[in-house]
Write a protein that binds this ligand. Structure first.
Ligand code: ZN
Length: 252
């Protein structure tokens, strides 16, 4: 008989699973607040309606579930056959009826949750490969899903903001984003300062830094390319002293 509770007993992993489940519940709430007609409206992502976004979140759960199955069985099952296949799937999904789209979201989320729940303790360390080609332990799938559901709940553009996202999720997002800039070398001279938690990220050794400052939710919103409300910029990268906030480097 399948377990009814998580098989892992690792406290950090259980906490991470909780953030992913909360994020899924939050996305579900925002999705349920939208009428069927409102699904046709624009999301915050250029070129994507809320239908595209909902389809993407559903297919993302299925793709991540494939990685968890890979970890469980040792049989390699990639997230997506190809980038084209992923994009095609989203375009197709966006044409589904509202009820089918909502079912896609619900069923895929339940499926992923069951895969996580039933994954044996050791298998969480088994290596799988992300769509970007990174080799990661299966436990990374929890974070991969967490950031998708929380950020895309904001992208649904019906009232969710970065202030709704739990602080530990925001902090890890900021680490991810600034880490991605660093890897690409696009963070030259850019320093990010979080006023409410005293955290600093980015190119901290820069001689003439452009410093982006603000509370954690505002800084992450800016870093994720979702706007620049609540942040200020100082230094040579700001158009005028203490003025216009430059766009954040690309992240994904
Ligand atoms: Zn996404």
């Amino acid at each position: 008989m399948a377990a009814r509770t998580d098989r892992t007993t690792d406290p950090a992993l259980l906490e991470a699973l909780l953030q992913a489940r909360r994020g899924t519940a939050f996305f579900a709430r925002k999705l349920n607040e939208l009428t069927d007609a409102q699904l046709d409206g624009d999301s915050l992502l250029p070129g994507w309606t809320r239908r595209h976004l909902t389809a993407h979140i559903g297919y993302n759960a299925r793709a991540i579930a494939r990685l968890v199955e890979w970890a469980a069985t040792g049989v390699e099952t990639p997230m997506y056959a190809s980038t084209e296949a992923r994009n095609h799937e989203i375009e197709f999904g966006a044409t589904l009826s509202p009820i089918a789209l909502r079912h896609l979201f619900d069923h895929s989320a339940v499926h992923l949750n069951v895969e996580w729940r039933d994954l044996p303790e050791d298998a969480w360390h088994h290596k799988v490969k992300t769509a970007q080609g990174r080799t990661v332990p299966a436990e990374e799938t929890v974070w991969m899903r967490t950031r998708e559901v929380w950020i895309h709940a904001v992208d649904l553009a019906n009232g969710a903001t970065f202030t709704d996202i739990p602080a530990p999720v925001l902090e890890r997002l900021l680490k991810d984003i600034t880490g991605a800039w660093h890897t690409r070398g696009t963070d030259k001279g850019l320093v990010v300062k979080v006023t409410d938690t005293d955290l600093t990220f980015g190119h901290t050794g820069a001689e003439y830094p452009t410093i982006i400052t603000g509370p954690l939710p505002a800084v992450v919103e800016w870093a994720a390319g979702r706007g620049h409300g609540g942040v200020t910029a100082t230094g040579p990268g700001a158009a005028v002293p203490n003025g216009t906030v430059p766009a954040a480097p690309k992240w994904i």
